[in-house]
Design a protein around this ligand. Structure first.
Ligand SMILES: [Zn+2]
Length: 298
């Protein structure tokens, strides 16, 4: 009986959303990570500067560019939101050099563990020393990524203490993969249309953590960022887009009013603001980008 009621409700929601979609413009929330002049390793998380500029100029001409926390009601045409995850230093350069003069709003979700240090995120460390880690652990890259992504923080620390590459990264490499400094975060958040959001401290997969760990990761990253930029931090994105009921509940309790999840579809003004879906952008030239974006317009 309960299942039948749930199925009916789900069906009702599906029909309701379908009807709403016909009368409301979509909000396409785009997810970027890094923007660099070169993407030598073909990283799926890097978009080259020239592609990024072409993509932004196209969006600005054809979409209403809105902020993540703006009111999305009464849009006159399909809208687009720009977001960045992780907090690499290039986000600051790009925002200052290109987004800000173009008045394109953007939100930057920052994992706080490496702010102001030259420490690497674990996945960059892994990529840079691929052969070493595979040999030392006896696992393939794919297995290592899956294992570390779903680990508890202590297990990650144990792994990297046990497997230490003989030659560590040189200064240039550390610079190339660094996170933003405190000052860069302050300058970024002072720019008009730019906002900072939380992305946990240690970039853990929150759906695999205890409720205490979820609360710690979200609360401490929010507090650290608020302390740095001296503004409220009310948006977050969940690492790997992963969430469950506990994660949403904790986010709500901590005062987040917007949270991004890892579902690849359009958002609408009536979308639950604690479950905003996003579209990941690849390093593609304008022609391909146009086709990919226009496929999203009903
Ligand atoms: Zn991330």
């Amino acid at each position: 009986m309960k299942q039948r009621i749930l199925n009916t409700l789900e069906h009702y929601n599906h029909v309701k959303n379908h009807v709403f979609n016909a009368f409301n413009h979509p909000v396409i929330v785009l997810m970027y990570h890094r923007v660099l002049d070169q993407n030598e390793q073909g990283s799926p998380y890097t978009v080259t500067t020239s592609h990024f500029r072409d993509q932004m100029l196209y969006l600005k001409d054809h979409f209403e560019m809105v902020g993540l926390e703006d009111n999305w009601q009464n849009l006159e045409r399909p809208a687009c939101v720009i977001t960045f995850d992780d907090g690499y230093y290039d986000n600051y350069t790009i925002a200052r050099d290109f987004l800000s003069p173009q008045s394109i709003p953007a939100t930057f979700f920052v994992a706080t563990q490496n702010i102001g240090t030259k420490n690497l995120f674990w996945w960059d460390d892994l990529n840079l020393h691929q052969a070493f880690y595979e040999k030392s652990s006896g696992l393939t890259m794919m297995q290592l990524f899956r294992q570390l992504k779903n680990s508890q923080r202590n297990d990650q620390i144990r792994f990297f203490n046990k497997h230490q590459p003989p030659v560590c990264c040189d200064e240039a490499t550390r610079k190339a993969y660094r996170s933003m400094t405190k000052q860069e975060l302050i300058s970024l958040s002072d720019l008009p249309h730019m906002s900072i959001g939380a992305h946990t401290i240690n970039h853990l997969n929150l759906s695999k953590q205890s409720i205490d760990e979820i609360a710690f990761e979200l609360r401490e990253s929010q507090l650290r960022l608020e302390h740095i930029i001296n503004k409220s931090v009310t948006s977050c994105s969940f690492p790997y887009g992963s969430y469950n009921r506990k994660v949403i509940g904790v986010s709500q309790k901590l005062g987040f009013n917007t949270a991004c999840i890892g579902v690849s579809q359009n958002a609408y003004h009536w979308t639950n603001r604690l479950k905003i879906p996003r579209i990941s952008v690849e390093d593609v030239a304008l022609g391909t980008f146009k086709r990919q974006i226009n496929r999203l317009i009903p």
